[in-house]
Design a protein around this ligand. Structure first.
Ligand code: SF4
Ligand code: SF4
Length: 132
């Protein structure tokens, strides 16, 4: 099985607590730019929520020139030691982000920290058949 983060857009208010939670949990600093989930308000009524959902296409893997993005235990993962921050992955997918400070790729790892802190219960870690 492959785990992935799922967001219910009907529940999300755009408070962005998830972004702060993600950065402090995974990067030990409250800095939304170092989050693996990003929430944007496109206009008054429309929110855009971006995070890696472990898609079957995983175009990021082929885009990476250093082989830093791999499948481990049915999960797409970034090997930070191999990532040189070139950004090729983020050019082909808007759900993977570059750390503004250390210049490496940030991809949701299903740690579920944001699920626990979302005040609206809009986030969930789900499972589906293994990645193709
Ligand atoms: S914490 Fe929950 S409600 Fe707030 S922006 Fe994130 S997903 Fe949306
Ligand atoms: S599951 Fe973890 S890594 Fe993924 S967005 Fe939530 S806090 Fe960040």
């Amino acid at each position: 099985m492959t785990k992935y983060l799922d967001l219910n857009p009907d529940r999300c208010t755009g408070c962005r607590i998830c972004e702060s939670t993600c950065s402090i949990t995974n990067e030990s600093v409250i800095n939304r730019a170092k989050s693996r989930i990003h929430i944007y308000r496109r206009d008054v009524l429309e929110l855009v929520q971006l995070y890696c959902d472990q898609c079957d296409e995983h175009v990021c893997i082929n885009a990476c020139p250093t082989g830093a993005i791999v499948i481990i235990n049915n999960q797409v993962r970034v090997k930070r030691s191999l990532c040189d921050g070139c950004g090729k992955c983020a050019e082909v997918c808007n759900k993977i982000f570059l750390s503004p400070v250390n210049n490496y790729a940030l991809m949701c790892n299903q740690c579920a920290a944001c699920v626990k802190t979302c005040p609206e219960g809009a986030l969930e870690i789900k499972e589906r058949e293994c990645l193709k």
